[in-house]
Design a protein around this ligand. Structure first.
Ligand SMILES: Cc1cc2nc3c(=O)[nH]c(=O)nc-3n(C[C@H](O)[C@H](O)[C@H](O)COP(=O)(O)OP(=O)(O)OC[C@H]3O[C@@H](n4cnc5c(N)ncnc54)[C@H](O)[C@@H]3O)c2cc1C
Length: 293
């Protein structure tokens, strides 16, 4: 396969959010925003999308920075995967998200690729999606008509399809403070040790009763197991009010595999994915549990 050149486009570098929204409105249907370009430029080379205008989000201060406040954390949509990888705040507070970026792409791609771009691409295998779902995160979306907030759990509509409408920009990811005595984990299965999309991704967040080590909160989300990332609600129920051990973890894994609807693809067969959901869920449950002090 020969590498194709990028098709022709006009490049815009707005300095503010209102300016970006004006450009999107002006070039209605003919423009795309981009952050790191690690997804979009590849799709353009493959001629999957052919925008006539590219609007860079890099100059927008509103989309930058990681801010920890009373209500929780705000992560700008243009924060790179590399910034998350090196954030002690995210490591300490939102371990499942931190785990996810460690196993994404390569250092070069992580230094360009952003968390907002990862969600907006809406790949079923997007690695930041399952952790953000178990962390009960929302996204803030802005257009010339106003602002709206959507739970990450409700953001995905299908492969490469999200609730984002033309003219909208994802500005922030909002993560509420985690419960006391809680932690999380994200495990990803790949065909090789790095630079591959997930065959299966499993995120878990657990919280324990303050005195006894009994589970009083559990969230499990799965990636690359259907047309969108999903929550394994029945598997979560298995964990509630139980003392964690390998048997309970395995039981949750079995149920999680039944809740998923993976398909066979070049990355893995449906059957293999289903078995791996079981194994990874159990391991992620135990990893999250063992991280709680
Ligand atoms: C070699 C390679 C390896 C990769 N490995 C992984 C991996 O392991 N795991 C994984 O999940 N992904 C992986 N990816 C995919 C990609 O790097 C990530 O999804 C990355 O986070 C995309 O971010 P970006 O800023 O580059 O997005 P961009 O390419 O800039 O944008 C992607 C899409 O989102 C839209 N968009 C971007 N920002 C916004 C916004 N703020 N508001 C609205 N729309 C927006 C764009 O219009 C475009 O449609 C890989 C890609 C490559 C090339």
């Amino acid at each position: 396969m020969f590498i194709k050149r990028l098709p022709k486009f006009e490049y815009h570098a707005p300095a503010s959010l209102p300016e970006s929204l004006d450009l999107l409105a002006k070039y209605d249907g003919k423009a795309r925003v981009f952050a790191g370009g690690t997804d979009l430029l590849v799709s353009m080379k493959k001629r999957e999308v052919l925008p006539e205008h590219l609007i860079s989000l890099k100059g927008l201060a509103e989309l930058k920075g990681i801010h920890d406040g009373k209500e929780g954390m705000k992560i700008g949509a243009s924060v790179t995967l590399d910034e998350i990888e090196h954030s002690k705040m995210i490591h300490d507070k939102f371990r499942a998200l931190w785990d996810a970026v460690q196993v994404m792409a390569s250092p070069q791609i992580r230094s360009l690729g952003t968390i907002g771009g990862n969600l907006s691409s809406a790949a079923p295998s997007a690695d930041t999606a399952p952790p953000l779902i178990v962390l009960d995160a929302s996204v803030e979306i802005i257009s010339s008509k106003g602002k709206r907030k959507v739970l990450v759990e409700n953001f995905f509509k299908g492969p490469e399809e999200s609730v984002l409408k033309p003219g909208e920009i994802l500005t922030q990811i909002l993560i509420p403070n985690p419960p006391k005595k809680s932690s999380g984990a994200y495990l990803k299965l790949m065909r090789r040790a790095a630079m591959d999309l997930a065959q299966v991704g499993v995120a878990v967040c657990l919280s324990l009763h303050s005195e006894k080590r009994i589970c009083n909160g559990a969230r499990i989300a799965l990636g690359a197991v259907g047309s969108t990332p999903i929550r394994a609600l029945k598997a979560e129920q298995i964990l509630l009010n139980k003392e964690m051990n390998e048997t309970v973890g395995k039981e949750a894994g079995t149920i999680a595999a039944q809740e998923a609807n993976p398909r066979s693809s070049i990355r893995a067969s449906k059957e293999y994915r289903q078995e791996m959901i079981e194994v990874l869920t159990k391991r992620a449950v135990m990893a999250a549990y063992n991280r709680i002090n």
